[in-house]
Design a protein around this ligand. Structure first.
Ligand SMILES: *Cc1c(COP(=O)(O)O)cnc(C)c1O
Length: 435
């Protein structure tokens, strides 16, 4: 019987549906669809079995991918979540995967096990708002400061790593919302140079938030990252019904991640793990292919549109880092897979562009079936948002550009509706501001 360690003859699509040949997490034989675990505590059969279970939990000697865990209590380990974790580890190509209640819980845990009082984090200046807030408002209370810099400036990155207190380099690629890309191999080279001067215990870890690309379009561990975080709430979950998060990484972090999750307490609920295991992952490949085809068609339409100033999509040759996209953003078959998000800027002076963005949102919200005005991303529905008049509306329009907010910038997350319908809804909305 093939195991995780032996190469599989089956494609990723197939494994996303079926998982492993045999799951150590749940010993069921006749279900096709895995059951939802619904037991907070587990019968232990004997005191000795209880002792064995506590001894095996978060024990580096115990490989939970190969041996059936002795379940004790949901917050420690649980079968439905365990099956999802095995499937996610395979998808990312990681030795372990530990699932949390939300993407933010996963990011907090990844950082929580890697840094301690006095350490420093280097983060890309453009980062998910709540990650920024975690780094700026909460981590300093525990004595961990973050230096935000433009990681695309590799000289600045290298210089920042001379600080012996730096333990983590954290970034997203593509970034939100402008879809900038960071060359993971270059960051790896810079970190390797810094690590060569350090002792083993003070090695810097590269943590990548891979939420935008999903493992379908990009596997950062194969490009040089050490740890990958995801919000499962987005395209891995895929249907917008449940929140979740995961940390994928080396086995050497598994013990601490499990202990951290046990004590800080944010394990993914089995009821939320189940839809991702049964609906999200099995459809990731077909959804992504359709979403990416629509993203490409929409990006090409927008690039030619007279009301549009600029389009940012890693699949377009005009994208400033198209060459990096071609290397990094590949599906498991090696096909170019530039993602499901498109960012574009409508024409006009700042105040005018912001007003046009607002009008387009209002038009789509009331008239479009194929495009929905909402935050979040990675659903079967195409979602649109305009940061300047929505999430960042409090920043005065004159100051928005300096704050990295394009007044006319609109972000689209492609769904799986008919591409022609998405195109028509967007073209009709753009027509109202074109004249
Ligand atoms: C949504 C998101 C998160 C946070 O995930 P939650 O599940 O909402 O906690 C983190 N990073 C990125 C890039 C996201 O899009």
């Amino acid at each position: 019987m093939p195991t995780r360690e032996s190469p599989s003859q089956y494609a990723t699509e197939t494994h996303l549906i079926h998982g492993e040949f045999h799951s150590t997490s749940w010993d069921y034989t006749d279900h096709i669809v895995p059951p939802i675990g619904a037991s907070t505590a587990y019968r232990l059969r004997s005191a000795d079995r209880g002792a064995e279970g506590f001894g095996a939990f978060a024990n580096p000697e115990f490989n939970r991918q190969q041996r059936a865990p002795i379940y004790i209590y949901d917050r420690l380990d649980e079968p439905t979540r365990g099956m999802l974790e095995q499937a996610l580890a395979r998808a990312e190509g990681s030795e372990t995967a530990i699932a949390f209640t939300t993407g933010m819980a996963a990011i907090s845990a990844a950082l929580g096990v890697l840094v301690k009082n006095g350490d420093r984090i280097v983060a890309h200046r453009t980062i998910y708002g709540c990650t920024w807030s975690l780094l700026s408002n909460w981590m300093p209370r525990f004595g961990v400061e973050t230096r935000f810099l433009d990681i695309l400036n590799f000289d600045a990155l290298e210089a920042s790593l001379d600080d012996p207190r730096v333990m983590v380099v954290l970034f997203e690629t593509p970034t939100n919302p402008t879809l900038e890309l960071i060359d993971i191999a270059k960051v790896r080279a810079a970190v390797d140079r810094a690590n060569a001067k350090r002792t083993k215990g003070r090695r810097i870890f590269i943590v990548v938030d891979n939420t935008f690309a999903t493992p379908w379009s990009q596997r950062p561990l194969s490009l040089g990252a050490d740890v990958v975080c995801h919000s499962l709430t987005k395209n891995i979950g895929g249907f917008g019904t449940d929140m979740g998060g995961v940390v994928c990484g080396p086995r050497l972090l598994e013990q601490d991640l499990l202990l951290y999750r046990k004590d800080f307490g944010a394990p993914l609920a089995p009821r939320s793990a189940w839809p991702t295991l049964v609906y999200g992952l099995p459809t990731l490949a077909v959804r992504s292919r359709q979403q990416i085809a629509s993203a490409m068609a929409v990006a090409q339409m927008l690039e030619k549109h007279p009301a549009v100033e600029r389009v940012f999509y890693p699949g377009l040759e005009s994208h400033p880092q198209h060459a990096i996209a071609k290397v990094q953003m590949r599906d498991p078959h090696g096909e170019f897979s530039p993602g499901i998000l498109v960012f574009f800027v409508v024409k006009g002076e700042p105040a005018e562009a912001k007003e046009r963005g607002r009008l387009i949102m209002n038009y789509l919200a009331t008239n479009a079936l194929a495009v929905t005005l909402a935050v979040s991303l990675g659903q079967v529905r195409t979602l649109v948002e305009h940061p300047a008049s929505m999430t960042h509306a409090v920043i005065p329009v004159e100051a928005q550009r300096d704050a990295g907010i394009e007044p006319g910038g609109i972000r689209l997350s492609m769904g799986v509706e008919a591409t022609a319908d998405i195109l028509r809804d967007l073209e009709t909305a753009l027509a109202i501001v074109a004249g």
